[in-house]
Design a protein. Structure first.
Length: 368
């Protein structure tokens, strides 16, 4: 071997040994490393010290040299940073057309006096600034409707989660045929249009021809006359058409839980409620987050069920929610600017609820 062999190359190839010299009588042959004695400083070859010259592009980590590979121009950055955005570009374009632009128009109209005269082109739109929001927040009916919407949505979300999770657990306990029947019935309820489902529920609870009053012996009791009973009737219909999503999603999550975990909990003597609370619920928390947020968004902006089943908001508007209230202000009263302001307020409330919920989960160490 050449005496001038680079010590870095020798380190990359590994230690080499010279041919063993003839062994003296009665002892092993000495082994002499090629490349000269080890450096007195004890540093590995290629490690740079102040004032030393080291070959560019080489570094030693853990006693082994590592080659640094730089990108174009020697910047060391990995090329292809725009590749993910190219894959996301079609979806972003669709979302921009279907979501961003309508929200922009909604917010823009909320700052103008925009009535039927401006829609028809008879008068120019007048900039009002926050005038529509001031009028909205100064209306006592808005706060009453907001409170009713929050309470109604909370009741719908809790009821939907309870029914959906209970039926998801039930699906894991029954045989194949009952499971299939329950799944088909739930998916049928989920696939039913909201208008059709609301009309069917109105017929079931009709005071004259409905079978529910006959079975319960209530005579000609009107479920839509009172405020609480009307909200209760709408809640039942909302839960009926919403629980299949929760049931199917949670059931899929339960099936993904290892069977050994559930068997261990059962052998330890845990009840079904304890297994759900202490084993399944923590493991299914990311799935429960998704279904909860979806339920909050859907139930907070309920429109069809309230409008159809209470005939536009009930007697004297006693069953109004924000979505129906915005519809009445925008289209019944032709105050499109005020209706747009209600829509912006609803959007901000839903964004705030979702962000607060996600932030609380991140503080608890959950990864979504």
């Amino acid at each position: 071997m050449n005496d001038r062999t680079n010590p870095v190359d020798a380190a990359v190839r590994g230690p080499e040994t010279a041919p063993a010299a003839p062994a003296p009588a009665g002892g092993p042959a000495p082994v002499v490393p090629v490349g000269g004695p080890a450096p007195l400083s004890g540093r590995a070859p290629g490690v740079r010290k102040d004032g030393d010259a080291a070959e560019p592009g080489l570094a030693v980590r853990g006693g082994r040299p590592r080659v640094r590979r730089s990108g174009a121009g020697g910047t060391g950055r990995v090329s292809g940073g725009w590749t993910p955005w190219l894959y996301l570009a079609p979806a972003l374009v669709v979302l921009g057309g279907l979501l961003v632009y309508p929200i922009y128009q909604l917010g823009l109209i909320s700052f103008f006096e925009y009535t039927q005269a401006q829609v028809s082109g008879g008068e120019p739109a007048t900039f009002e600034g926050f005038g529509n929001y001031a009028e909205l927040f100064g209306d006592p009916q808005f706060w009453e409707v907001l409170l009713a919407t929050v309470l109604f949505a909370a009741a719908c979300v809790v009821s939907t989660l309870v029914v959906g999770c209970a039926l998801a657990v039930l699906l894991t306990r029954v045989r194949a045929l009952p499971r299939l029947a329950l799944m088909l019935a739930a998916l049928g309820a989920w696939a039913t249009p909201a208008v059709t489902g609301s009309t069917v529920w109105l017929f079931l609870f009709d005071p004259d021809f409905g079978p529910v009053n006959r079975m319960l012996g209530l005579g000609d009791h009107s479920w839509t006359y009172g405020r609480i009973s009307a909200f209760l009737l709408v809640l039942l219909e909302v839960v009926w058409c919403s629980f299949p999503f929760v049931m199917v999603t949670v059931y899929a999550g339960i099936r993904a839980v290892p069977a050994e975990v559930l068997e261990a909990a059962s052998l330890d003597g845990a009840s079904q409620w304890r297994i759900w609370r202490s084993v399944l619920a923590p493991m299914l928390r990311p799935i429960l987050v998704v279904v909860t947020i979806q339920s909050v968004i859907w139930d907070f902006k309920v429109f069809t069920q309230i409008y159809v089943m209470t005939n536009g908001g009930g007697i004297a508007g006693q069953n109004l929610v924000l979505n129906v209230y915005a519809y009445q202000q925008a289209f019944a009263s032709s105050q499109y600017g005020l209706g747009s302001a209600i829509g912006v307020v609803m959007l901000l409330i839903l964004l705030a609820v979702t962000l607060v919920y996600l932030r609380l989960l991140r503080r608890q160490g959950e990864e979504l």
